[in-house]
Design a protein around this ligand. Structure first.
Ligand SMILES: Cc1cc2nc3c(=O)[nH]c(=O)nc-3n(C[C@H](O)[C@H](O)[C@H](O)COP(=O)(O)OP(=O)(O)OC[C@H]3O[C@@H](n4cnc5c(N)ncnc54)[C@H](O)[C@@H]3O)c2cc1C
Length: 345
């Protein structure tokens, strides 16, 4: 189907969403109604992030390209390396993310592993200050846990030879336990150049963090980007935020410091950033004992501000062709981004 054929559908969609934004945000008037509307929109966007029909529709449309290029460094490895060098020159650290998740065939997992190993080689050869972030479902976790584990062993071996390390992203709650299990097996197998991510919206995370602190693990704390049921995750943003602040204190606390935990605070939220700054100032924690992390294209003014204050800031740089689910999660985090897409129609 061409973009031309899609035009009437897109125009209709734009009208519907524009009207809905208007009705939800203005006509109904109340702040509560607007918040509820955003929550519904977030759920729809997260639902669509795993729908094949929506992926085909959006990926084939040229209208979304401007918004894709705002959040994604490019399609090729070279694009990401070029962006990383520019960010390095501006004083930022980088984490490369080769986009892709939930592969359906082992060959795809092996191809992703080889691509990531090649990227680690190029980072070393071209003197880029970057590590890589990986998703275990891209490496075959949903097909076979051992496949993902074996692929990680190869990636970590390559990373070690390049004096680098790798972060395992955290995906939806259906794979949280398996993801942590693979991380622990890798650590038990002697790999110390691997880090993990935890999400403050999950009830289980406080317990996970306590165990990770005992291990002296390298932990990235984020809020969580998936649509999770109330059985496993807080239903209110205020609860997720409160848990985030609690976990900041754990990850920077005495036991964590004694065990050599190096936390990364992945957030664009001023309140979370301030909570980190308040804690480190109060406890005289040096700026090389933790870092802030933010997504490529999101709140660049805050990224620059923190760097100027002397904090370490690492930018997560996604690249590759499989940008669709990543983009939909970014839309869900800030539905106003959707208006940028609609503005291009
Ligand atoms: C480096 C990094 C790695 C991550 N890794 C993972 C992971 O492994 N697993 C996982 O589940 N999630 C991951 N996330 C996503 C994370 O869980 C949140 O969904 C996302 O960061 C939004 O939460 P927030 O802390 O920025 O706070 P929010 O309260 O959502 O946002 C605070 C403010 O930041 C701005 N903002 C936030 N998101 C956007 C956006 N997309 N576009 C424009 N403005 C925005 C807005 O101004 C918003 O008001 C990662 C995030 C970062 C920064």
């Amino acid at each position: 189907m061409t973009d031309h054929c899609l035009l009437p559908t897109f125009t209709t969609m734009k009208r519907i969403i524009d009207n809905a934004l208007f009705l939800g945000g203005v006509a109904v008037g109340g702040y509560v109604a607007y918040t509820q509307f955003n929550t519904v929109l977030q759920k729809i966007l997260l639902e669509l992030s795993s729908a094949d029909f929506a992926r085909n529709f959006v990926q084939n449309s040229k209208f979304v390209q401007p918004i894709v290029s705002r959040f994604v460094a490019g399609q090729e490895m070279e694009d990401a390396l070029a962006v990383a060098k520019t960010l390095n020159a501006a004083g930022m650290l980088v984490s490369m993310d080769y986009l892709g998740e939930s592969v359906k065939y082992p060959d795809e997992a092996l191809a992703a592993r080889d691509h990531i190993c090649e990227m680690l080689g190029k980072i070393a050869n071209e003197n880029v200050n970057a590590n890589v972030s990986v998703k275990l479902t891209q490496l075959g976790l949903k097909l076979n846990g051992d496949l993902a584990f074996d692929n990680m062993r190869e990636i970590l071996t390559q990373a070690k030879s390049a004096d680098n390390w790798v972060r395992i992203d955290m995906e939806e709650s259906a794979v949280t336990a398996q993801t942590i299990d693979v991380f622990e097996r890798l650590r038990d197998a002697g790999f110390d150049n691997v880090g993990i991510v935890v999400q403050s919206y999950l009830y289980r995370t406080a317990d996970d963090v306590a165990k990770l602190i005992k291990r002296g693990a390298r932990v990235r704390l984020c809020k969580g980007a998936y649509d999770e049921p109330i059985e496993v995750a807080f239903g209110k943003k205020t609860q997720t935020d409160a848990n985030y602040v609690r976990l900041i204190r754990e990850l920077l606390g005495e036991e964590a410091r004694a065990n050599g935990v190096y936390p990364a605070f992945a957030t664009h939220d001023d309140k979370m950033v301030q909570a980190v700054i308040d804690y480190v100032k109060e406890h005289n924690i040096a700026t090389d004992k933790f870092e802030f992390q933010m997504l490529y294209g999101v709140r660049t003014e805050l990224q620059d501000h923190l760097r100027d204050l002397g904090y370490r800031v690492r930018i997560y740089v996604p690249y590759g062709e499989a940008w669709y689910p990543y983009l939909m999660r970014r839309m869900a985090e800030k539905p106003a981004n959707l208006q940028l897409v609609l503005a291009n129609l």
